[in-house]
Design a protein around this ligand. Structure first.
Ligand SMILES: *Cc1c(COP(=O)(O)O)cnc(C)c1O
Length: 333
Protein backbone atom coordinates (compact mmCIF):
# COMPACT_ATOMS: atom_id res chain seq x y z
CA UNK A 1 0.00 0.00 0.00
CA UNK A 2 1.42 3.33 -1.04
CA UNK A 3 -0.43 5.47 1.51
CA UNK A 4 -1.68 3.52 4.56
CA UNK A 5 -3.75 5.78 6.81
CA UNK A 6 -6.10 3.15 8.22
CA UNK A 7 -4.88 2.01 11.66
CA UNK A 8 -3.59 5.22 13.25
CA UNK A 9 0.03 4.20 13.13
CA UNK A 10 2.70 6.83 13.32
CA UNK A 11 3.63 7.00 9.64
CA UNK A 12 7.07 8.44 10.38
CA UNK A 13 9.83 5.88 10.83
CA UNK A 14 11.88 6.24 14.01
CA UNK A 15 15.06 8.34 13.72
CA UNK A 16 18.00 6.34 12.38
CA UNK A 17 20.35 7.25 15.24
CA UNK A 18 17.78 5.96 17.72
CA UNK A 19 17.23 2.85 15.64
CA UNK A 20 20.96 2.08 15.82
CA UNK A 21 20.89 2.41 19.59
CA UNK A 22 17.92 0.08 19.82
CA UNK A 23 19.64 -2.46 17.57
CA UNK A 24 22.67 -2.36 19.84
CA UNK A 25 20.51 -2.96 22.90
CA UNK A 26 18.72 -5.84 21.17
CA UNK A 27 22.06 -7.28 20.08
CA UNK A 28 23.20 -7.26 23.70
CA UNK A 29 20.03 -9.03 24.76
CA UNK A 30 20.41 -11.64 22.03
CA UNK A 31 23.67 -12.79 23.57
CA UNK A 32 21.69 -13.83 26.64
CA UNK A 33 18.58 -15.31 25.06
CA UNK A 34 19.50 -18.77 26.26
CA UNK A 35 18.09 -17.54 29.60
CA UNK A 36 14.54 -16.47 30.35
CA UNK A 37 14.07 -12.69 30.51
CA UNK A 38 13.60 -10.64 33.67
CA UNK A 39 10.02 -11.66 34.42
CA UNK A 40 9.55 -8.44 36.37
CA UNK A 41 10.93 -6.30 33.49
CA UNK A 42 12.25 -3.99 36.17
CA UNK A 43 14.41 -1.80 33.96
CA UNK A 44 11.55 -1.27 31.52
CA UNK A 45 9.14 -0.40 34.34
CA UNK A 46 11.69 2.11 35.67
CA UNK A 47 11.97 3.66 32.22
CA UNK A 48 8.20 3.83 31.76
CA UNK A 49 7.72 5.35 35.23
CA UNK A 50 10.34 7.94 34.40
CA UNK A 51 8.61 8.70 31.12
CA UNK A 52 5.08 9.12 32.51
CA UNK A 53 6.28 11.15 35.51
CA UNK A 54 3.51 12.21 37.90
CA UNK A 55 5.56 10.89 40.83
CA UNK A 56 4.90 7.30 39.75
CA UNK A 57 7.42 4.53 40.35
CA UNK A 58 7.99 1.10 38.86
CA UNK A 59 5.47 -0.36 41.32
CA UNK A 60 2.73 1.64 39.61
CA UNK A 61 3.64 0.36 36.16
CA UNK A 62 2.72 -2.77 34.28
CA UNK A 63 3.51 -3.60 30.66
CA UNK A 64 2.66 -6.20 28.06
CA UNK A 65 2.82 -6.90 24.34
CA UNK A 66 0.71 -3.94 23.29
CA UNK A 67 -1.98 -2.24 25.32
CA UNK A 68 -4.41 -4.75 23.85
CA UNK A 69 -2.68 -7.39 25.97
CA UNK A 70 -2.76 -5.07 28.97
CA UNK A 71 -6.52 -4.67 28.52
CA UNK A 72 -6.94 -8.40 28.09
CA UNK A 73 -5.03 -9.06 31.30
CA UNK A 74 -7.21 -6.51 33.10
CA UNK A 75 -10.33 -8.35 31.97
CA UNK A 76 -8.80 -11.72 32.83
CA UNK A 77 -8.11 -10.43 36.34
CA UNK A 78 -11.20 -8.31 37.01
CA UNK A 79 -13.73 -9.47 34.41
CA UNK A 80 -14.68 -12.93 33.21
CA UNK A 81 -17.87 -15.00 33.24
CA UNK A 82 -20.58 -13.44 35.41
CA UNK A 83 -18.91 -10.03 35.26
CA UNK A 84 -19.49 -7.07 32.98
CA UNK A 85 -17.69 -4.11 31.49
CA UNK A 86 -19.43 -0.90 30.46
CA UNK A 87 -18.21 0.94 27.37
CA UNK A 88 -19.52 3.81 25.28
CA UNK A 89 -19.69 3.10 21.53
CA UNK A 90 -18.69 4.19 19.02
CA UNK A 91 -15.36 3.42 20.65
CA UNK A 92 -12.25 1.31 20.15
CA UNK A 93 -13.55 -1.93 18.67
CA UNK A 94 -11.03 -4.07 20.55
CA UNK A 95 -12.65 -3.21 23.88
CA UNK A 96 -15.77 -5.28 23.15
CA UNK A 97 -13.76 -7.95 21.31
CA UNK A 98 -11.44 -8.46 24.28
CA UNK A 99 -14.46 -8.48 26.59
CA UNK A 100 -15.99 -11.24 24.52
CA UNK A 101 -12.72 -13.18 24.40
CA UNK A 102 -12.51 -13.17 28.20
CA UNK A 103 -16.17 -14.05 28.72
CA UNK A 104 -16.90 -10.62 30.16
CA UNK A 105 -20.35 -9.23 29.30
CA UNK A 106 -20.02 -6.04 27.24
CA UNK A 107 -22.60 -3.42 28.20
CA UNK A 108 -23.14 -0.53 25.82
CA UNK A 109 -23.77 2.92 27.29
CA UNK A 110 -24.88 5.78 25.10
CA UNK A 111 -22.97 8.96 24.47
CA UNK A 112 -24.40 12.47 24.53
CA UNK A 113 -24.50 14.63 21.42
CA UNK A 114 -21.22 15.11 19.60
CA UNK A 115 -19.91 11.78 20.93
CA UNK A 116 -19.30 13.34 24.35
CA UNK A 117 -19.86 11.73 27.76
CA UNK A 118 -20.95 14.12 30.51
CA UNK A 119 -20.43 13.19 34.17
CA UNK A 120 -24.20 12.74 34.52
CA UNK A 121 -24.38 10.39 31.55
CA UNK A 122 -21.51 8.25 32.85
CA UNK A 123 -23.09 8.02 36.29
CA UNK A 124 -26.53 7.20 34.88
CA UNK A 125 -25.15 4.27 32.88
CA UNK A 126 -23.11 2.99 35.82
CA UNK A 127 -26.17 3.11 38.10
CA UNK A 128 -28.30 1.43 35.47
CA UNK A 129 -25.89 -1.43 34.65
CA UNK A 130 -23.74 -1.84 37.81
CA UNK A 131 -20.71 -2.96 35.80
CA UNK A 132 -17.60 -4.54 37.33
CA UNK A 133 -15.41 -2.42 35.06
CA UNK A 134 -15.87 0.77 33.08
CA UNK A 135 -13.84 1.38 29.92
CA UNK A 136 -13.30 4.93 28.70
CA UNK A 137 -11.20 5.88 25.71
CA UNK A 138 -9.65 9.33 25.92
CA UNK A 139 -9.36 10.79 23.36
CA UNK A 140 -11.87 8.39 21.88
CA UNK A 141 -11.09 6.20 18.89
CA UNK A 142 -12.65 6.45 16.26
CA UNK A 143 -14.15 9.87 16.96
CA UNK A 144 -11.15 11.79 18.39
CA UNK A 145 -13.35 13.18 21.18
CA UNK A 146 -11.60 14.22 24.41
CA UNK A 147 -13.02 13.17 27.78
CA UNK A 148 -13.13 15.48 30.78
CA UNK A 149 -11.50 14.55 34.08
CA UNK A 150 -14.84 15.44 35.71
CA UNK A 151 -16.48 12.53 33.91
CA UNK A 152 -13.75 10.13 35.03
CA UNK A 153 -14.03 11.34 38.65
CA UNK A 154 -17.84 11.06 38.62
CA UNK A 155 -17.65 7.55 37.14
CA UNK A 156 -15.07 6.49 39.71
CA UNK A 157 -17.20 7.76 42.56
CA UNK A 158 -20.30 6.03 41.18
CA UNK A 159 -18.82 2.53 41.02
CA UNK A 160 -17.00 0.06 43.28
CA UNK A 161 -15.42 -1.43 40.17
CA UNK A 162 -12.33 -0.76 38.13
CA UNK A 163 -12.29 2.32 35.89
CA UNK A 164 -9.95 2.01 32.92
CA UNK A 165 -9.02 5.03 30.84
CA UNK A 166 -7.43 4.03 27.53
CA UNK A 167 -5.11 6.94 26.72
CA UNK A 168 -3.49 5.45 23.62
CA UNK A 169 -3.39 8.88 21.99
CA UNK A 170 -2.58 11.02 25.04
CA UNK A 171 0.57 12.51 23.48
CA UNK A 172 -1.47 14.05 20.66
CA UNK A 173 -3.63 16.17 22.99
CA UNK A 174 -2.90 19.90 23.23
CA UNK A 175 0.29 20.50 25.24
CA UNK A 176 -0.34 20.81 28.98
CA UNK A 177 -3.72 19.05 28.86
CA UNK A 178 -4.42 17.20 32.12
CA UNK A 179 -4.61 13.41 31.84
CA UNK A 180 -6.16 10.67 33.94
CA UNK A 181 -2.65 10.19 35.37
CA UNK A 182 -3.37 13.33 37.40
CA UNK A 183 -6.21 11.44 39.11
CA UNK A 184 -4.34 8.29 40.16
CA UNK A 185 -3.38 9.48 43.64
CA UNK A 186 -5.93 8.24 46.15
CA UNK A 187 -7.89 6.28 43.52
CA UNK A 188 -6.71 2.66 43.77
CA UNK A 189 -9.37 1.41 41.31
CA UNK A 190 -8.36 3.78 38.50
CA UNK A 191 -6.20 2.41 35.68
CA UNK A 192 -4.61 4.47 32.90
CA UNK A 193 -3.62 2.46 29.86
CA UNK A 194 -1.02 3.74 27.39
CA UNK A 195 0.88 2.43 24.41
CA UNK A 196 4.15 2.95 22.56
CA UNK A 197 2.38 2.08 19.31
CA UNK A 198 1.19 5.52 18.30
CA UNK A 199 3.16 8.56 19.46
CA UNK A 200 6.33 6.49 19.89
CA UNK A 201 6.15 5.01 16.40
CA UNK A 202 6.68 1.58 17.95
CA UNK A 203 3.61 -0.34 16.78
CA UNK A 204 5.65 -3.23 15.36
CA UNK A 205 7.51 -3.77 18.63
CA UNK A 206 4.27 -4.39 20.61
CA UNK A 207 4.65 -2.50 23.87
CA UNK A 208 1.72 -1.21 25.91
CA UNK A 209 1.59 -0.36 29.58
CA UNK A 210 -0.56 0.93 32.38
CA UNK A 211 -0.19 3.14 35.41
CA UNK A 212 -2.22 2.35 38.51
CA UNK A 213 -2.06 1.43 42.17
CA UNK A 214 0.58 -1.29 42.78
CA UNK A 215 -2.23 -3.69 43.78
CA UNK A 216 -3.52 -3.61 40.18
CA UNK A 217 -0.13 -4.71 38.86
CA UNK A 218 -0.10 -7.46 41.50
CA UNK A 219 -3.47 -8.71 40.26
CA UNK A 220 -2.11 -8.89 36.72
CA UNK A 221 0.88 -10.91 37.93
CA UNK A 222 -1.66 -13.65 38.66
CA UNK A 223 -3.00 -13.85 35.11
CA UNK A 224 -0.03 -13.07 32.88
CA UNK A 225 1.84 -15.94 31.32
CA UNK A 226 5.33 -16.48 32.72
CA UNK A 227 7.93 -14.27 31.04
CA UNK A 228 5.30 -12.65 28.82
CA UNK A 229 7.63 -9.83 27.76
CA UNK A 230 10.58 -11.12 25.77
CA UNK A 231 14.11 -9.97 26.51
CA UNK A 232 14.21 -8.43 23.03
CA UNK A 233 11.04 -6.44 23.62
CA UNK A 234 12.31 -5.25 26.97
CA UNK A 235 15.66 -4.21 25.52
CA UNK A 236 14.12 -2.44 22.53
CA UNK A 237 11.55 -0.54 24.57
CA UNK A 238 14.02 0.48 27.25
CA UNK A 239 16.43 1.78 24.61
CA UNK A 240 13.62 3.66 22.85
CA UNK A 241 12.49 5.27 26.09
CA UNK A 242 16.01 6.54 26.68
CA UNK A 243 15.41 8.60 23.54
CA UNK A 244 11.82 9.63 24.20
CA UNK A 245 12.46 13.20 23.12
CA UNK A 246 13.69 12.18 19.66
CA UNK A 247 11.07 9.46 19.42
CA UNK A 248 8.35 12.01 20.06
CA UNK A 249 9.82 14.62 17.74
CA UNK A 250 7.30 13.71 15.06
CA UNK A 251 4.27 14.22 17.29
CA UNK A 252 4.13 17.96 16.61
CA UNK A 253 4.42 17.27 12.90
CA UNK A 254 1.56 14.79 13.04
CA UNK A 255 -0.58 17.19 15.06
CA UNK A 256 0.02 19.82 12.38
CA UNK A 257 -1.17 17.38 9.68
CA UNK A 258 -4.20 16.49 11.80
CA UNK A 259 -5.05 20.17 12.16
CA UNK A 260 -4.64 20.53 8.41
CA UNK A 261 -7.15 17.70 7.89
CA UNK A 262 -9.54 19.41 10.33
CA UNK A 263 -9.25 22.57 8.25
CA UNK A 264 -9.19 21.19 4.71
CA UNK A 265 -11.75 18.38 4.94
CA UNK A 266 -14.62 20.85 5.59
CA UNK A 267 -13.37 22.93 2.66
CA UNK A 268 -13.93 19.87 0.50
CA UNK A 269 -17.44 19.55 1.89
CA UNK A 270 -16.68 16.94 4.56
CA UNK A 271 -17.33 18.25 8.09
CA UNK A 272 -14.69 16.92 10.51
CA UNK A 273 -15.12 16.16 14.21
CA UNK A 274 -12.77 17.81 16.70
CA UNK A 275 -9.81 15.51 17.36
CA UNK A 276 -7.18 15.30 20.08
CA UNK A 277 -5.58 12.27 18.45
CA UNK A 278 -3.62 11.45 15.31
CA UNK A 279 -6.70 10.76 13.20
CA UNK A 280 -9.82 12.57 12.05
CA UNK A 281 -13.40 11.33 11.72
CA UNK A 282 -15.22 13.12 8.95
CA UNK A 283 -18.83 13.10 7.83
CA UNK A 284 -20.77 14.19 4.78
CA UNK A 285 -19.88 10.99 2.96
CA UNK A 286 -23.03 9.81 1.22
CA UNK A 287 -21.52 6.42 0.33
CA UNK A 288 -18.58 5.58 2.64
CA UNK A 289 -17.94 2.26 0.94
CA UNK A 290 -17.72 3.87 -2.51
CA UNK A 291 -15.33 6.59 -1.29
CA UNK A 292 -13.25 3.99 0.54
CA UNK A 293 -13.00 1.92 -2.64
CA UNK A 294 -12.25 4.93 -4.84
CA UNK A 295 -9.34 5.87 -2.56
CA UNK A 296 -8.18 2.27 -2.47
CA UNK A 297 -8.11 2.34 -6.26
CA UNK A 298 -5.48 5.05 -5.91
CA UNK A 299 -3.53 2.99 -3.40
CA UNK A 300 -4.73 5.04 -0.44
CA UNK A 301 -6.09 3.08 2.49
CA UNK A 302 -8.29 4.72 5.15
CA UNK A 303 -10.92 3.26 7.48
CA UNK A 304 -14.64 2.67 7.21
CA UNK A 305 -15.55 2.29 10.88
CA UNK A 306 -19.22 1.66 10.29
CA UNK A 307 -20.59 5.05 11.35
CA UNK A 308 -23.15 6.03 8.68
CA UNK A 309 -21.87 8.71 6.29
CA UNK A 310 -18.47 8.82 7.99
CA UNK A 311 -14.92 7.70 7.36
CA UNK A 312 -11.77 7.92 9.49
CA UNK A 313 -8.32 8.90 8.28
CA UNK A 314 -4.98 8.88 10.10
CA UNK A 315 -2.79 11.96 9.88
CA UNK A 316 0.27 10.90 7.89
CA UNK A 317 3.36 12.71 6.78
CA UNK A 318 2.78 16.00 4.95
CA UNK A 319 3.13 14.18 1.61
CA UNK A 320 0.73 11.39 2.54
CA UNK A 321 -1.82 13.84 3.86
CA UNK A 322 -1.56 15.87 0.66
CA UNK A 323 -2.01 12.74 -1.45
CA UNK A 324 -5.10 11.77 0.51
CA UNK A 325 -6.67 15.22 0.31
CA UNK A 326 -5.95 15.52 -3.40
CA UNK A 327 -7.40 12.09 -4.11
CA UNK A 328 -10.48 12.85 -2.04
CA UNK A 329 -11.00 16.14 -3.87
CA UNK A 330 -11.01 14.23 -7.16
CA UNK A 331 -13.81 11.93 -6.00
CA UNK A 332 -17.27 13.09 -6.90
CA UNK A 333 -19.35 13.80 -3.81
C1 LIG B 1 -4.19 1.80 18.70
C2 LIG B 1 -4.91 1.69 19.99
C3 LIG B 1 -4.38 0.94 21.02
C4 LIG B 1 -3.03 0.34 20.84
O1 LIG B 1 -2.95 -0.97 20.96
P1 LIG B 1 -1.52 -1.67 21.05
O2 LIG B 1 -1.93 -3.05 21.36
O3 LIG B 1 -0.77 -1.00 22.15
O4 LIG B 1 -0.85 -1.50 19.74
C5 LIG B 1 -5.04 0.89 22.23
N1 LIG B 1 -6.17 1.58 22.41
C6 LIG B 1 -6.70 2.34 21.44
C7 LIG B 1 -7.92 3.12 21.70
C8 LIG B 1 -6.09 2.40 20.20
O5 LIG B 1 -6.63 3.13 19.23
Amino acid sequence: MRVALNVNENTHPIPEAVARDIVEAVAGAILKVNRYPDREFTELRDSLANYVGHGLTRDNIWAANGSNEVLQQLLQAFGGPGRSVLGFPPTYSMHSIIASGTGTRWVEGERDDNFEISPGTAVRWIERSAPDLVFFCSPNNPTGTPLSLETIIAAYDATDGIVVVDEAYAEFAPAGTPTALDLLKGRPRLVVSRTMSKAFAFAGARVGYLAADPAVADALRLVRLPYHLSALTQAAATAALAHSEEMLAMVDDIKAQRDRLLLELPELGYPAWPSWSNFVLFGGVSDPHAVFEALLGQDILIRDIGIPNHLRVTAGTAEETTEFLKALARIER
